[in-house]
Design a protein around this ligand. Sequence first.
Ligand code: NAD
Length: 366
Amino acid sequence: MNRSRRAMMGGVGAGLALAGMGGGPAFAAPRKIGYAIVGLGSYATRQIMPNFAGCDQAKLVALVSGTPAKLAQYGDQYGIPATHRYSYADFDRIRDNPDIDAVYVVLPNSLHAEYVIRAAQAGKHVMCEKPMAVSVAECEAMIAACRKAGRKLMIGYRSRFEPYNRLAIDLARGGHVGPTRLITAEHGFSAQPNQWRLDKPLSGGGSLMDIGIYSLNAARYLTGEEPAEVSAVESTDRTDPRFRTVEDRINFMLRFPSGIIANCISSYSSGHNGYRVIGTQGWIDMEPATPYSGQSMTIRKDGVTAPRTLPVPAKNQFAGQLDHLAECIMTGATPIVSGEEGLADLRVIEAIYRSAATGRSVRLHA
Ligand code: NAD
């Protein structure tokens, strides 16, 4: 095996079959990359697991949960054998399962760092849900662990695999409505009580960590820049039992090095899902912008306003995301939403919280 081939294979579990090893053809098509899902909650079971069916390069091979009944239910539903069902206590035994190439961490936010690091130490590539973790320090430790293990790390920013958002990025960065002057981005919903999202030790923060991060991430991907300055204002009714430990609303403003300003909304008590890129010749509007399906785009250019409609893609954003990490594992490429991308968001999130707490803008250094 030559060096580049070995480098490529180095990322894939030992179970990757090469038909060439017994005198047959030198290379056969590699098998699909096998994922273990960690945490069988709402997002994993309703959005991620069903969408392996639309993947070309990824498949579901193992489950990790603290609830035996869920392991039985979903294990049976997806044909996962008992040998590939793990409890959290068992988790490190994934090291001995060559069918598992990658681990997808879909746990409450403050558990991401621990499971990403343990997965890397078990020799597995990792997909981790947003927010990557609850602090910059945790993100850095996760990146270091994956680098040390020689394994890929990708963050579940699914909108980067969704055609309208991809088009918005191309149009905004390409100056379709003139150079961008302003971005407005708003994300929010009314949080139901009694859930881990409202418990700071598990969530790391309130609406910003959970849903406002979409406003932040969009401002960053629509500009392709890192903010130079951040200011934020928080408004939370601490008598509302939902908001004893986490914030409700936090609005933030970002100034980018090119001069673009982004005005962003994050809320746990009102519904929002959209962004608008305003250039010197018009605007690109997305509402809704980042739902699971049903994105809608309208463009105003040189005084003419018109909807922009794209064909339904063969592969949805969930399957696109799962296949992207699989492709990166097979080719050695770096995911377009790597650990560094998750870290960049957490750097700004920490600055937003700092600004809201001090009442002062915070300067960031690239
Ligand atoms: P959820 O509450 O539905 O699921 C969380 C799972 O973690 C449950 O199965 C729960 O049993 C398990 N768990 C393990 N240890 C736990 C503990 N100590 N406390 C509480 N639960 C524990 O949550 P979810 O909506 O599936 O969110 C999981 C992750 O996915 C979060 O990081 C969230 O931000 C992310 N998410 C991403 C998207 C997206 O569109 N990318 C959407 C929803 C959620």
